[in-house]
Write a protein that binds this ligand. Structure first.
Ligand code: ATP
Ligand code: MG
Ligand code: FE
Length: 341
């Protein structure tokens, strides 16, 4: 089957055509970094307007690039949440309109399911169940991915997400938005050992993550004027790596059935984090799977692929499906304390 995927939940507008046998026929993407940069973060109203301007041209571009017409498409998958509600509505309403006009089924995709299943687009051998570290701008979770639509959340952050910590720390260091990749570049030239920073919840018996205290320590280190920015960046990145490895190691010991350790989400584009997770997986004798960098940050190929997986499972939606600003993957999510849902 051929699936058209649409993504508009944050500050990337994207359209892609992906087949159920993992061929990426086309993927078109427009970022909005310049529009938001003067404000140091994503402005929801600016984002929603940009999605309105860019989505239809990107859909047309993806169709032209692939040589596929709308009548060749078998289903239309659109992100229906979680995310900035204005943007989510632009993509979902566009998907509904296309589905209505063509008579093709609509698939409402959870953006997090897009991230969670993206490693299976890149790696045909990745089988359920796998242990997933989902690290993105809004989320930091460990999930047992048991199947399509079957997620068991083992841990979440009790305050900031990992990407949020990268972005806030980058801002404190005076780096331009979006800060994560900029901080990684700066860290490459620094000495992590020269700035002592905390590692919240390291070794804790509870499963969760915490990054707020680390971010506050970065603020103190910056304001003290005693350290070089590259050293603070390197120390911050090392602290995040240590926390992620500690928490993920704890989860591996409690998920004996997992076929692989998998990482996904925008922060999975970070080279130090990928390298450390590679070592951790090897230590426990697990295969390590990470999607290519471009598939880690927001894109529509992962939404089309999640759509393909749901379509194969017979999971389609009606045109009255709602846009959801909050939408946990795990049905038991409300019982886990803290934010990060
Ligand atoms: P969510 O998926 O939780 O709704 P989002 O869609 O905004 O949030 P993603 O696009 O998946 O998040 O990821 C963006 C995040 O990834 C940002 O916080 C960004 O700083 C971070 N990021 C991207 N590249 C890197 C990198 N190389 N190192 C560290 N962080 C990075
Ligand atoms: Mg983004
Ligand atoms: Fe995302």
């Amino acid at each position: 089957a051929i699936i058209l995927g649409l993504e508009s939940s944050c500050d990337e507008t994207a359209a892609a055509l992906v087949t159920s046998d993992r061929r990426i026929l086309a993927h078109a993407l427009a970022g909005q970094a310049e529009a938001h940069a003067p404000f140091g973060g994503v402005v929801p109203e600016i984002a929603a307007r940009a999605h309105v301007d860019k989505l239809m041209p990107l859909i047309e571009q993806a169709l032209a690039d692939s040589g596929v017409t709308l009548s060749d498409v078998d289903a239309i998958a659109a992100t229906a949440g979680p995310g900035l509600i204005g943007g989510v509505m632009v993509g979902l309403v566009t998907g509904k309109a296309l589905a209505h006009a063509t008579g093709k089924p609509l698939i409402a995709v959870n953006h997090l399911e897009g991230h969670a299943l993206s490693p299976r687009l890149a790696d045909p051998d990745l089988a359920f169940p796998y242990l997933l570290l989902l690290v993105s701008g809004g989320h930091c979770q460990l999930l047992l991915v048991e199947g399509v639509d079957r997620y068991r959340r083992l841990a979440t952050t009790i305050d900031d997400a990992a990407g949020e910590a990268f972005d806030k720390s980058a801002k404190l260091l005076g780096l331009p938005y979006p800060g994560g990749p900029e901080l990684e570049k700066l860290a490459a030239t620094g000495d992590a050992a020269s700035v002592p920073l905390p590692r919240p919840l390291l070794g804790s018996s509870e499963p969760h993550f915490s990054f707020a205290g680390l971010k506050s320590a970065v603020a103190r280190a910056v304001h003290s004027g005693e350290h070089r920015p590259q050293d603070i960046a390197a120390a911050f990145q090392q602290a995040v790596v240590d926390c992620l490895i500690d928490r993920t190691g704890r989860a591996i010991k409690r998920a004996p059935g997992a076929t692989a350790l998998v990482v996904a989400g925008g922060v999975a584009a970070n080279g130090s984090i990928r390298a450390a997770l590679t070592g951790l997986a090897a230590h426990y004798g697990l295969p390590f799977v990470a999607p290519p960098m471009w598939l880690c940050t927001d894109n529509a190929a992962m939404i089309a692929w999640a759509g393909a997986e749901r379509f194969a499972a017979g999971l389609t939606d009606t045109l009255d499906v709602p846009a959801r600003p909050r939408w946990p993957l795990d049905p038991d999510a409300e019982t886990v304390r803290g934010a990060g849902v």
